[in-house]
Design a protein around this ligand. Sequence first.
Ligand code: HEM
Length: 507
Amino acid sequence: MPPLLSKDAFSPSRYRALFAEYAISSNGFLPENAPLTELSDPYYGPWESLIAELPGSIENRTVRDKVDRLPVLSADHLSTVVEWRRAYVILAFIAHGYIWGGDMPSEVLPPSITVPLLRASGRLGLPPVATFASLNLWNFRSSNPTLGFADLDSLHALHTITGTEDESWFLMVSVAIEAQGAYMIPAMLDALDAVEEGDYAAVTHALREMARCIGRIAALLERMDDRCRPAVFYHRVRPLLAGSWNMADAGLPRGVFLDEGHGHGAWRQLRGGSNGQSSLIQFIDLVLGVEHTSCGNDAAAAAKTEPPAAVLSPSQSGNCPRGRGEGFHAEVRAYMPDPHRRFLDHVSRIRPGGIRQAMADLRAAAAAAAAGSKVETCPAGPNPIAPGELTQLQEAFQGTTRALAALRNKHLQIVARYIIVPARQPPPPAACPMGTAGGNVGKGVVNLATASWRKTAAAAAAAAEAKGGKRYSAELDLLKLTGTGGTALLPFLKQARDETFRAGEMV
Ligand code: HEM
């Protein structure tokens, strides 16, 4: 699917210096060129061999043995940024394979992975865990680059943790979405400028374009079902990509100890990889002025744990328990590459409250003018706005926020199909071709999928007993299901959708 407009239509060359500073390419938050497929220095051969056979090593339970025999390689031979990214991708995948690739999760990550992973993640400004950057942004190739990275059918993941086509497709849907949304970045920066200049027709036009682009993103999201089966996602992929935060039920009550050797190391509790870490969606929120306040997590678990040590924007703070402090959306910025996090901070400073606040200011000024009060200057821009123009702008803004709320609604439906429904069904037997990870409740495997199932089954039994044996709806317990990022799923996602919708109604 080609982008709506050519990338040149919104003169990205204007932003060349800005985009260079914040590592934004003509593919948005994706790199300009497809990521490196191999570290050419033979010194890193052991890493390359391990990642090449990772799914098989997890499946036959040899991954830990192999990692334990791996030497601690120095990161000093990495030089270019694309090499650092590749090292981070490899090591984050192996880390998850090591932690979750056994019957019980491993509470300790050995020095052979911890030491270089800490170097690579520190260099890139990311936490030492699989993130949207390692799984998606820097983990793809295209079999037909001339079609652009928004062409989902030609995208393939460089690495997956399960070796399944389902996982590759799951990861690539997000890559295509990032590419599809890329041209909105200069377009919306132009729109913020146009507010400043009082060129409201341009803002209206940009908002309409944005709504159409969000529609295309929604169409890509809907293609998830084409090649990613919910049961494979839920029982195999998701448990292996889980983080170490809020994972007590899944067997990591203290998180993971990152062992640096020689008696050094630290316990860390980190969110797992999640599309919620996409900078693109947060960029759209910021420009529109959609504000999120949910912590997206179980308050008790949140209060016990620390956010990752990374620079966080103070701009968004939610109604979160003390000790955690930020809303989910602000907190996951620590899981974005450092330049992208700084870019979002930059955008939030251009016009706090985004176009929503500008609309509110314009409306107040127009109302004051209609009432005959003297308006010294219009706070949203230098030019007063004509009533007809204001109506058009308002409609365009509402159209865009509705499109974004509809996208979040589609996402909720996906979450229902890929998490809620499979969580209600018993795990497949170990012998099933879907594989073993997560399908081994009876054999004592402990991970996110089996923990959710045990919780639901136990609650159902208890409730059935309390109700005199009546059939129990597991609905309430499903509300407590956690995402790979550690969130209490449905309330959080619904709140994000409703906050989006409300932003449109506020103008
Ligand atoms: C099978 C497909 C998917 C599933 C099961 C899924 C699941 C989830 C879950 C569980 C969360 C809660 C946060 C967390 O625990 O990390 C979440 C959040 C989020 N996801 Fe997805 N997701 C899927 C695909 C996508 C895709 C393709 C996108 C790309 C647009 C996306 C965008 C988001 C965003 C932006 C959030 C943060 C909440 C928000 O801002 O609305 N998800 N997702």
